[in-house]
Design a protein around this ligand. Sequence first.
Ligand SMILES: [Zn+2]
Ligand SMILES: [Zn+2]
Length: 140
Amino acid sequence: MTAADDTERVNGGCLCGAVRYQLKPPLRAVVACHCRQCRRTSGNYVSATSVPRENFALTSSDGLKWYRSSDSARRGFCGECGSSLFWSADARDTITIMSGTIDGETGLRTVAHICVADKGDYYELNPSEPQYDGLDYPEP
Ligand SMILES: [Zn+2]
Ligand SMILES: [Zn+2]
């Protein structure tokens, strides 16, 4: 995808603006992950959407750094301001984008909380949002 054809695109970026991206809808519904890695990297827990890789484009990558967080995935963050932005699994044809980095209203809703077995003890979850102990959840 090129940044030039920008009808109905969703934009987002990091706190300082050194990383900016553009997504082509539709975006997957939001999934929140409470695993140890997500909690450490975000400072609380991760809330994220995703799109196929071909519907993802970086419009500014000046600050973008990738951290290999496991044998199978990397996490993208801004080296200038520290924002956590992306999760990218080597074997997946989608890229995961942290919901809070999207500009303005998303129109999305949270359909699953995963890895709830590892959640912190200092917050409660909305009982109307489905919760799963592990990584697996039924695709909406
Ligand atoms: Zn930044
Ligand atoms: Zn996680």
